[in-house]
Write a protein that binds this ligand. Structure first.
Ligand SMILES: [Zn+2]
Length: 146
C-alpha cells in the first residue's frame, strides 16, 4: 500500500481550496490511508488517540467539506450506513453483504464498455454526470460481521 505523506495531503487540500487546518489534515490523512471505505466513526477512532481535541462532530463536518471540495465521495450502502471514499476517480465497488467490507473494483474494460454503452444508448429525459458500478455479493468462507 502506498504511503501518503502529510505534505501530499496538505497540497491536495490547498489545491481544492480548503485551508489545511490541523483537524482537516489529520482527518483527510486518515481517510486516504484507508482503502476500506470507513465510516466517520471509524475515522474518528483512528485519529482520536493522537488528536484527542477532535470531536466526532468535527469529523462529520470535515467529511462533508471534503466531499463538497471533491476530495472524497460518499458511499451509500444498502444497510443505510454512510461510508467515505478517499478515491474520487471513477471506480467500482464490490460489497460483501456478509462482512460489510467494500473493496475497490477497477476494471478499464468495464469502464470503457459502460462509457461506450451510455454514449450510444441515450437515456430518455436523463443526462448522466457519473456512473458507478456497485456489485453486492459475499466473500466465500468469510465470517459475518458481529
Ligand atoms: Zn472506493
Amino acid at each position: 500500500m502506498e504511503k501518503v505523506s502529510l505534505q501530499d495531503v496538505q497540497k491536495q487540500l490547498k489545491e481544492h481550496g480548503l485551508k489545511a487546518t490541523p483537524q482537516r489534515l489529520a482527518i483527510y490523512h486518515a481517510l486516504v490511508q484507508r482503502h476500506d471505505h470507513p465510516t466517520a466513526e471509524q475515522v474518528y477512532a483512528l485519529i482520536h488517540k493522537q488528536n484527542p481535541g477532535i470531536s466526532l462532530g468535527t469529523v462529520y463536518k470535515t467529511m462533508d467539506s471534503l466531499v463538497d471540495a471533491g476530495l472524497a465521495s460518499k458511499v451509500i450502502t444498502s444497510d443505510g450506513v454512510l461510508r467515505f471514499d478517499g478515491k474520487t476517480h471513477t471506480h467500482g465497488h464490490l460489497h460483501c453483504t456478509k462482512t460489510g467490507r467494500i473493496m475497490d473494483f477497477e476494471d478499464e474494460e468495464l469502464e470503457a464498455l459502460l462509457t461506450d454503452y451510455f454514449q450510444r444508448k441515450k437515456l430518455p429525459n436523463f443526462v448522466i454526470d457519473h456512473f458507478q458500478v456497485h456489485v453486492t455479493g459475499q466473500i466465500p468462507d468469510s465470517r459475518p460481521k458481529s
